[in-house]
Design a protein around this ligand. Structure first.
Ligand SMILES: Cc1ncc(C[n+]2csc(CCOP(=O)(O)OP(=O)(O)O)c2C)c(N)n1
Ligand SMILES: [Mg+2]
Length: 667
């Protein structure tokens, strides 16, 4: 066996010896990172290391001098706890330094506990198990959609390393069934099947035959020894050419390479003991010095770099040649380059009654015509979400129709939201996805991860309050609007009418660093009396006066369908000076100047009333200690919406009465 003592003769070693020693160096880095941080994961990275190292050194296509090169293969470490593994790859590429590895898991380091997308070479923030897989399905979808549109200039693979924990998460099953149905042939997943997880061996909790399951989903499945390099190579090469997504199930050994702890699940989430590290380094032929990364090993790792660079240059040239064609250039700029020109709105008549979900549908149709980057669909609520016209016009994306722009997600809300994040992270497309607001809960982990990653995605949530009516409490969101507002960096829009809906939709498209949720009514609401330009200007502030009044005694702050109600209440209270504020987006409002906010909703003076058909918790922020929050702090009921409005106090008379009572009590 070759050891560090012969490193001077490295170039004379056989390729196999060079590979094995390089792999040992990678493992040494993993052990040292986790040991120095005194936290992190050792066992999993060591069992996945063979596949990952071979992938990075022999197959992965990327541009060594530009980690953002658009046609790069995407690599997603769905087993995000194995971050030490990807960081040691990035250090050998040169995108991280040894000092970065030494700062593993420390404040402001480029090597946080789990991979974060801001770091060069990290394609997605992972750690919540299963979601990396779901995002990878989105990335492979984006690749396939773009490939069909820009004549094969986009043709990369999406690779995933996933562990037992990923496969046990149901999102993987939903996302895999989507990928199989869509025939995402450039998606290649390695399952590090090491029969170990945190609490013990996997066979305590899982006896699923994933090969059978994935074959059932329409995947190509290979089962290999995950430490046999020749089998790994053959499996990757086969996976690259089959016409289906590929699963490579690698039987592996936890902490492979360690001196005495191979197969031990307790290596999952801890540094190995000092003695074990010492013995392991001796076994692997490494020196005891920590963070050993000799230049010979780096050079070996980088032996394809020249070729990779060349490929990127050839590709760039092909792109600039293709862009000589004007139509192609328009498509390229509008998708890959994410250029958005002037956006025209549909027309809505003031005074007409229109559900905001219908307004969303009309706006989607209008925007999709102008923006070829818009893709998406509904989680099987197409008629309710008003995305049917879009689906008809642009067709379903599927095996036969790669250029379809509609994604028939099926009843798979969480996989849909994770895939949307993946599409956004891939770049080149703007994804939307629709369902009922009440099912936002099913998407929640992906909403959070989208917000963490600054994904520009558009969530369409219709049927946004008890006004859903007959379907009853299971289908009537109560806590959802506020529940979404508590997620940092998520814009929650609850537009009051059709024009606000269109304006919010446009803001969502222009807002490139924030996911967006549009909360929309099932029932008709009156279109407010303002021009589209005025609406755009007003909505851009997050909140504005729909009924203005100097030195108001009362300020009604309403969102969505309750803005119309607030206007009626204000018109009825002729003896009072009332301002009505429509607040379609808290988050956008919070970003306004203090002057604007103090003028619109002054802290002192006026009595403030919030009106929203949802829980009242949270509104104290705007109404202050003497304000009144009108909402619904219990579940709804099955009945026609109008009867529920009566029952729950959402009529003009009842709201007015509550306000007058409150005023009287204050005096
Ligand atoms: C959704 C989610 N649930 C729980 C965890 C905590 N967790 C991190 S790793 C892990 C076990 C994963 O086992 P496996 O994928 O087999 O990793 P290995 O032990 O082989 O490294 C768990 C439960 C998580 N990260 N995400
Ligand atoms: Mg495992």
């Amino acid at each position: 066996m070759r050891t560090y003592l012969d490193i001077d003769t490295f170039s004379d070693w056989t390729i196999e010896e060079q590979n094995q020693f390089s792999l040992a160096v990678t493992k040494g880095l993993i052990l040292d990172m986790v040991r120095k941080a005194n936290s992190g994961h050792s066992g999993g990275p060591m069992s996945s290391a063979d596949f990952t190292q071979i992938l990075f050194t022999e197959y992965l296509s990327f541009n060594p001098i530009d980690s953002e090169w658009f046609n790069r293969d995407r690599f997603i470490l769905s087993a995000g706890h194995e971050s030490a593994l990807i960081y040691s790859m990035l250090a050998q590429i040169g995108w991280l330094k040894i000092e970065d590895l030494q700062a593993f898991r420390q404040l402001h380091s480029k090597t946080p506990g789990h991979p974060e997308v801001e770091i060069s070479g990290i394609e997605a923030t992972t750690g919540p198990l299963g979601q990396g897989f779901g995002m990878a399905v989105g990335m492979a979808t984006a690749e396939s959609m773009l490939r069909s549109r820009v004549s094969d200039l986009i043709d990369h693979y999406t690779y995933v390393v996933a562990g037992d924990g990923d496969f046990q998460e149901p999102i993987v099953l939903g996302a895999a069934s989507m990928a199989g149905h869509w025939g995402l042939s450039r998606l290649i997943v390695f399952y590090d099947s090491n029969n170990a997880q945190i609490s013990g061996n996997v066979d305590r909790s899982d006896s699923t035959n994933y090969a059978t399951v994935f074959e059932g989903f329409g995947w190509h499945v290979q089962e290999i020894d995950g430490h046999d390099h020749e089998q790994i190579r053959q499996a990757i090469e086969k996976a690259q050419v089959v016409d289906r997504p590929s699963l490579i199930i690698g039987t592996t050994i936890m902490a492979k390479g360690s001196a005495t702890m191979e197969g031990d699940y307790e290596t999952h989430g801890a540094p190995l003991p000092h003695e074990e590290i010492k013995a392991t380094k001796e076994k692997l032929g490494l020196p005891l010095e920590p963070f050993y990364l000799p230049s010979e090993v780096i050079t070996h790792f980088q032996n394809r770099f020249e070729e990779l660079n060349k490929n990127a240059i050839i590709w760039d040239k092909k792109v600039s040649d293709s862009c000589k064609d004007r139509d192609f250039k328009f498509l390229w700029d509008a998708t890959v380059k994410d250029q958005v020109g002037d956006i025209q709105f549909p027309e809505f008549q003031s005074g007409e009654s229109l559900a905001t979900r219908k307004a969303f549908g009309a706006t989607l149709d209008k925007f999709a015509k102008q923006l070829p980057s818009i893709v998406g669909g509904s989680a099987d609520l197409e008629p309710s979400n008003y995305t049917g016209n879009f689906a008809q016009t642009y067709g379903d994306f599927n095996k036969e129709n790669r250029s379809g722009r509609n994604l028939a997600f099926g009843v798979r809300e969480f996989p849909m939201a994770a895939a949307m994040n993946g599409i956004a992270l891939h770049g080149g497309l703007i994804p939307f996805g629709g369902t009922f607001l009440v099912f936002a809960d099913y998407e929640r982990p992906a909403l959070r991860l989208g917000a963490i990653q600054h994904c520009r995605v558009i969530h369409e949530f219709t049927h946004d309050s008890f006004w859903v009516g007959e379907d009853g409490p299971t289908h009537q969101p109560v806590e959802h609007a506020m529940g979404l507002r508590v997620i940092p960096n998520l814009n929650v829009f609850r537009p009051a009418d059709a024009k606000e809906t269109a304006a919010c939709f446009k803001m969502a498209i222009l807002e490139k660093d924030t996911p967006n949720a549009l909360l929309l009514t099932r029932q008709g609401v009156k279109v407010l009396d303002q021009t589209m330009d005025e609406t755009v200007e007003n909505v851009s502030k997050g909140a504005y006066a729909v009924i203005e009044c100097a030195n108001p005694e009362i300020i009604l702050i309403a969102t969505g369908s309750e803005v119309g109600l607030a206007i009626e209440v204000a018109q009825s209270m002729v003896d009072k000076k009332v301002r009505v504020v429509s607040m379609p987006c808290w988050e956008v409002y919070e970003n306004q100047s203090e002057d604007y906010k103090n003028l619109l909703i002054p802290k002192r003076g006026s009595m403030k009333v919030s009106i929203e058909a949802g829980i009242t918790m949270g509104w104290d922020k705007y109404i202050g200690p003497n304000g009144l929050a009108i909402g619904i702090d219990h579940f709804g009921a099955s009945a026609p919406g109008k009867d529920l409005a009566e029952e729950f106090g959402f009529t003009t008379d009842q709201v007015e009465k509550k306000i007058r009572n409150h005023l009287a009590n204050l005096l």
